[in-house]
Design a protein. Structure first.
Length: 347
């Protein structure tokens, strides 16, 4: 079968590899669509910690497919069933897993990161993933081109849940990439009172407005803290999602937060660049609640898939480019160029 192999530190190669076969307890899924995200681009640049020099692996952790072979006890996963795959597979025994945080498992596996993933014609899913429910049937009638957004939306849901975002709140989103726009759509559905998006790109600001932002700001052209105060009756943002990996934004998020505001550090920074000067007095005197969120759990993916099923038309426009697997090098180029939103690959 055809698959995209990543040879660390930074080489992507289309290869003809052996098609996977299911072992005891395992499932093989034929990939229908796989999405390219910032993590994949980071990997392709040789910057991901899970791909040390010498690694050869098929990436791709956002994908949907149809069950081809099932050697597990999951009788509902019959051949032909369309499924979304929650990529993070916890050990099930550590403190994090027992506390419902399998995304923080000390011995986790992840499709497309530690084991072969979705940039291939077929994927073998291990027994542990099947037993823990990582293979999730897609609701009847939901377009795979919407269902493929399950994993990124699950990550956004996790960040928004940490913010305890609700109708009475104002929300500031730093960044209008796919993650920031998913947050805008979700906030709109939650009835959030005022949505402000900070983004340097005029095209992305226009998209943010199209997807539901009440206010968009170019932080290079305006004083962002002053504008946020003006848009929130002098209070500041009740909730802030930092969805762009720009170091200065993390400190800025504390300055623009309201008294008692909640801030989520959603974006990660490259290894070794995460130590930043932050004004701890802002957290202290404003009684801010600063949280972080990373990746997602299987339950997050289940909830995200349900949201997509209820609001498919709201999310569908996020998928802007589609390529065949044989053209995946071009798909990566288009995704890295920054003009596309979600780029998907169809084997």
């Amino acid at each position: 079968m055809l698959a995209l192999e990543f040879h660390a530190p930074s080489t992507l190669t289309l290869a003809d590899v052996a098609a996977p076969a299911a072992g005891p307890g395992e499932i093989v899924v034929d990939v229908v669509l796989a999405g390219i995200c910032g993590t994949d681009l980071k990997m392709a640049r040789g910057e991901h910690r899970l791909f040390p020099a010498g690694t050869v692996r098929v990436p791709g952790h956002e994908f949907v497919g149809r069950v081809r072979e099932n050697r597990s006890d999951a009788a509902h996963l019959t051949p032909g069933t369309l499924v979304a795959v929650a990529p993070n597979i916890g050990c099930g025994h550590c403190v994090a897993c027992r506390g419902g945080r399998s995304n923080l498992c000390v011995d986790y596996a992840a499709t497309g990161l530690t084991i072969d993933g979705g940039f291939a014609e077929s994927v073998r899913l291990p027994r542990r993933a099947v037993e823990q429910g990582n293979v999730i049937p897609v609701p009847d009638g939901l377009d795979p081109e919407v269902a493929v957004l399950t994993e990124p939306l699950a990550a956004v849901l996790r960040g928004v849940t940490a913010l305890e975002l609700g109708p009475a709140d104002s929300l500031l989103v730093h960044g209008a990439g796919p993650i920031g726009l998913l947050a805008v759509i979700l906030a709109k559905q939650l009835g959030v009172r005022r949505i402000i998006v900070s983004q340097t790109s005029a095209a992305r600001r226009a998209l943010a407005a199209r997807f539901g932002a009440d206010v968009t700001v170019d932080p290079r052209a305006e004083d962002l803290p002053a504008r946020v105060l003006a848009e929130t009756d002098g209070h500041g943002a009740d909730c802030t999602l930092v969805a762009a990996p720009v170091p200065a934004l993390f400190a800025e998020s504390l300055r623009t937060a309201a008294l008692g505001g909640r801030v989520n550090f959603f974006a990660g920074l490259p290894s070794g660049r995460g130590e930043l000067p932050l004004d701890a007095n802002l957290v202290h005197y404003k009684e801010l609640r600063v949280t972080g969120s990373t990746a997602n759990t299987t339950q997050d993916c289940v909830e995200a898939l349900a949201v997509l099923a209820r609001h498919a038309d709201a999310y569908r426009p996020l998928v802007t480019h589609r390529f065949g697997l044989s053209d995946i090098t071009e798909a990566f180029r288009v995704s890295a160029a920054g003009d596309a939103l979600k780029v998907v690959v169809a084997p």
